[in-house]
Design a protein around this ligand. Structure first.
Ligand code: NAD
Length: 370
C-alpha cells in the first residue's frame, strides 16, 4: 500500500514554531509505530507572498488537491496588512477551503481535567466536557446571492445578505454529523431558527427526514440557536455533536471555544465530500492565528497544532489508536503541571514551545514503552 501523502503548510508567525513540534512527533511515530507518511512542505500566507508573489501558488494548491490531507499552521501578520486583498495571507486559506470543497468544519471543545480551572465557567459545569461543533462551512449567509449594498433613493441605501441552503448542502453536512456521532456518544443536536427563518424550517425538515430514513440508531434533538447559545453556557455537557449552519456555527463554536479556556488548546478539522474510493479531502489546523505578538519567542502553545494532527490520524487515516495515544500524551503532560505561558495560572512550570513538544514525545515514549 502506498504511503499517505500529507502536505504541510506551516505559514507565518507561530505557525512555523508549532508545526515544528508536530513534525518531530511524526518523525517519532514513523520510527516507533511503523507508520510512514510522504510529507511535503510548502510556503503559504505572507511568507509565500514574499517569496513566490502570492499567498498560495498554483503548484502548492495542486499539491493540496493531490494530497490525502493538509496540515495547516497559521497565516497573517501586520507585515502584510497593506497587501492587495486577493493576495493577502488569509486569501490562501479561503482558496484552500473553496478548492478542496471543505464544507464540514469540526471544532471539538474538550476541557482537560488539568485545565478545568482556567475555564471562565464553574468547575462543575465544564469538568469532563467533550463536545463537537459541526459547522457547515461553504454555504449559507456568507455565500448566498444576492448580496451587496445598493441605493434606494438619494437619502437611503440598502444592504442585503442572503441565507440560502439547498437539499444536498444540508444533507451532506447532516450525514457527517450522524456518522461522527456514531463514533462518539451517538447524539446529535441540530441547531437552527425554525421558529422565524425559512432556512431553519428547511434545515430541520431535511435533518429529520435523514434521521428517520438512515440514522434512527442515533439520538436526535432539535434546538433553536438562541437557546443553544444559552445552554452552552448553562449546561454544555448535555451535548455531544452540535450540527449547525455557517452563521450559527461561527458564533456557537466561539462560545464553545471559550469554555475550554485557551485558544492554544483548540484543534480543528475541515472535511470535503466523500470520493468514490471512500476518501475525502481534508485540512487540519489549530483555531488560533499566527500570534505576531509572541512569534519567534518560543512562547507559543503547540498543543492545538499537535491535537489537529491527532484529528488527522483519526478522521483521514482511521488510525484511532495512534490518535488517542497523542491525546493521552497531551493529557499526561498537562497533569504533570507543564504549561506554556498562555495556559499557566502562575503555579505551574512554564515551558517553551520546544519543551512542550519534547514533553509530549517523552509521554508518548512512556505510554508505548518505546
Ligand atoms: P491570534 O489567534 O493569532 O492571537 C490572539 C491572541 O492569542 C494573541 O495574544 C496570541 O499571542 C494568543 N495566542 C494565539 N495562539 C496561541 C498559542 N498557540 N499559544 C499561545 N498564545 C496564543 O489572533 P489575532 O491576534 O487576532 O491574529 C493575528 C494574525 O493571525 C492576523 O493576521 C490574523 O488575520 C491571523 N489569523 C489567522 C488564522 C489562521 O491562519 N487560521 C486564524 C486567526 C487569525
Amino acid at each position: 500500500m502506498s504511503n499517505k501523502k500529507i502536505l504541510v503548510l506551516p505559514g507565518d508567525g507561530i505557525g512555523n514554531e508549532v508545526m515544528h513540534e508536530v513534525l518531530n512527533i511524526i518523525d517519532w511515530l514513523s520510527k516507533t509505530r511503523s507508520m510512514s507518511f510522504d510529507i511535503s512542505e510548502r510556503l503559504v500566507g505572507g511568507t509565500a507572498y514574499d517569496k513566490e508573489g502570492d499567498s498560495i501558488s498554483d503548484e502548492t494548491m495542486q499539491e493540496a488537491l493531490d494530497s490525502d490531507a493538509v496540515l495547516f499552521g497559521a497565516v497573517g501578520g501586520p507585515k502584510w496588512d497593506d497587501v492587495e486583498r486577493e493576495k493577502r495571507p488569509e486569501a490562501a486559506l479561503l482558496r484552500l477551503r473553496k478548492e478542496l470543497d471543505l464544507f464540514a468544519n469540526l471544532r471539538p471543545a474538550v476541557v482537560f481535567d488539568a485545565l478545568a480551572d482556567s475555564s471562565p465557567l464553574k468547575l462543575n459545569i465544564v469538568k469532563g466536557l467533550d463536545i463537537l461543533i459541526l459547522r457547515e462551512l461553504t454555504s449559507g449567509v456568507y455565500f448566498g446571492q444576492p448580496r451587496g449594498i445598493s441605493k434606494v433613493n438619494d437619502s437611503e441605501e440598502k444592504a442585503i445578505d442572503t441565507q440560502s441552503y439547498t437539499t444536498s448542502e444540508v444533507s451532506r453536512i447532516t450525514r457527517v454529523a450522524f456518522d461522527l456521532a456514531r463514533l462518539r456518544n451517538n447524539k446529535v443536536t441540530s441547531v437552527e431558527k425554525s421558529n422565524v427563518m425559512e432556512t431553519g424550517m428547511f434545515w430541520k425538515k431535511i435533518v429529520s427526514h435523514l434521521h428517520q430514513n438512515e440514522f434512527q440508531d442515533v439520538e436526535l434533538n432539535h434546538m433553536l440557536a438562541d437557546n443553544c447559545a444559552m445552554q452552552l453556557v448553562r449546561n454544555p455537557k448535555q451535548f455531544d455533536v452540535i450540527l449547525t449552519d455557517n452563521l450559527f456555527g461561527d458564533l456557537l463554536s466561539d462560545i464553545a471555544a471559550m469554555l475550554t479556556g485557551s485558544l492554544g488548546m483548540l484543534p480543528s478539522a475541515s472535511l470535503g465530500p466523500l470520493s468514490e474510493n471512500g476518501s475525502r479531502s481534508a485540512m487540519y489546523e489549530p483555531v488560533h492565528g499566527s500570534a505576531p505578538d509572541i512569534a519567534g519567542e518560543g512562547k507559543a502553545n503547540p498543543l492545538a497544532m499537535i491535537m489537529s494532527f491527532a484529528m488527522m490520524l483519526k478522521y483521514s487515516f482511521n488510525m484511532i489508536e495512534d490518535s488517542n495515544l497523542i491525546e493521552k500524551a497531551v493529557q499526561s503532560v498537562l497533569s504533570l503541571g507543564l504549561r506554556t505561558s498562555d495556559i499557566s495560572d502562575g503555579a505551574n512550570k512554564v515551558v517553551s514551545t520546544q519543551d512542550m513538544g519534547k514533553a509530549v514525545i517523552e509521554e508518548l515514549k512512556k505510554l508505548t514503552g518505546n
